[in-house]
Write a protein that binds this ligand. Structure first.
Ligand code: PEP
Ligand code: MN
Length: 348
């Protein structure tokens, strides 16, 4: 880290910073500028955190050089993480982007099965659906719980799709692992550290959604919490963030976050234009945008009767529209994939 001292920092202030660093094994170099003294410190930040240095008298600013997440960082693993499922489906690396589709909430088996059949027909790999819904209002539909997971598992087995559902409470984890192939941590729980730690001790891959107000660094640190407990199979999901303009969209989809995360982390990243925009007509263009910038998959909400959906009907694609969109997305994905392969063959 680099420590910049205040212009009026005293010799005693500077010595105190240097002593703390040296006592904790840091290599330090102190440069006295005309106005500020600057200290370069190289060492293990778990022994003295940047925050502890920043609290010392006379310290103006502490800048970190190495990203604070370690396991999630490209510095610790240069190759992309590839997650392989029992049926051979792979996410990440040079694999073709996958599609995870399904209703926001699982409401009944017949409706879910209709969506699952359409998803399978369109070449999707995952069936997603909520059983425990994190709703802003306690008066809104909260999900059908374990019964919904039973439907999900059955529809997954019937169609051969892998299943994804959100976990809200660590005490549900064992039960959920009986039903789903992938656990989802929703945007609202991205900093529920106990829950992150609990899924970190679990054997199922985890889709971690970006929080409504998470910076990219905070998002990667949330992934780090999961990985630190041993579960390295984390899939990051860009699902839009809050900003000032909500006149036309529900959230602001941060498309740049995808190549940024790819630069700093080896973890797979998927894009969720349904929550990212909240608008049906924006799903196709924003899914394509995500694929162009390197997303390893798309997550799209689909409902057999969106007008009657108990949550997120407005952004859910009805099945016929989903099939049209998915057909074009598949063509688009295949063309992009082919071009990428040609490009890397030429580079080699
Ligand atoms: C969802 O996937 O249905 C969901 C609630 O997503 P998010 O956590 O991104 O709002
Ligand atoms: Mn939803």
């Amino acid at each position: 880290m680099i420590i910049i001292m205040e212009r009026n920092a005293t010799k005693v202030n500077i010595e105190k910073v240097l002593d703390l660093l040296k006592d904790n094994g840091f290599k330090v170099r102190c440069t006295e500028g005309e106005i500020h003294t600057v200290i370069d410190a190289i060492g293990d930040k778990t022994t003295v955190s940047p925050g502890r240095i920043a609290a010392l008298e006379g310290v103006k600013e502490v800048k970190i050089i190495r990203e604070p997440y370690r396991l999630a960082s490209r510095d610790s693993q240069s190759e992309d993480t590839v997650i392989t499922f029992a049926n051979g489906v792979k996410i990440g690396g040079n694999n073709k982007p996958v599609a995870m589709v399904g209703p926001c909430s699982i409401e009944d088996y017949d409706g879910l099965l209709k969506v699952a059949i359409a998803a399978k027909e369109m070449g999707c790999q995952f069936l997603r659906g909520g059983a425990f819904k994190p709703r802003t209002s306690p008066y809104d539909f909260q999900g059908f719980g374990e019964q919904a997971l039973k439907y999900l598992k059955k529809a997954g087995e019937t169609t051969g799709l892998l299943t994804v559902s959100e976990v809200m409470d660590a005490s549900d984890l064992d039960m959920m692992c009986d039903y789903v192939d992938v656990l989802q941590i929703g945007a609202r729980n991205v900093q529920n550290f106990k829950l992150l730690q609990a899924v970190g001790r679990c054997s199922r891959p985890v889709i971690l959604k970006r929080g409504l107000a998470s910076t990219i660094r905070e998002f990667l640190l949330a992934a780090e919490h999961i990985m630190y407990q041993g579960n390295k199979n984390v899939i990051l999901c860009e699902r839009g963030i809050r900003s000032f303009d909500n006149a036309y969209t529900r959230n602001v989809m941060d498309i740049a976050s995808i190549p940024i995360i790819k630069k700093y982390s080896h973890l797979p990243v998927i894009v969720d234009p349904s929550h990212g925009t909240g608008q049906r007509y924006l799903i196709e263009p924003m899914a394509k945008a995500g694929l162009v910038v390197g997303a390893d998959g798309v997550m799209i909400e689909v409902h057999n009767d969106p007008e009657k959906a108990l949550s997120d009907g407005k952004q859910s694609l009805p099945i016929p529209m989903f099939k049209d969109v998915m057909k074009r997305l598949n063509q688009f994905r295949d063309r992009l994939h082919y071009e990428k392969q040609c490009l890397s063959a030429n580079v080699k």
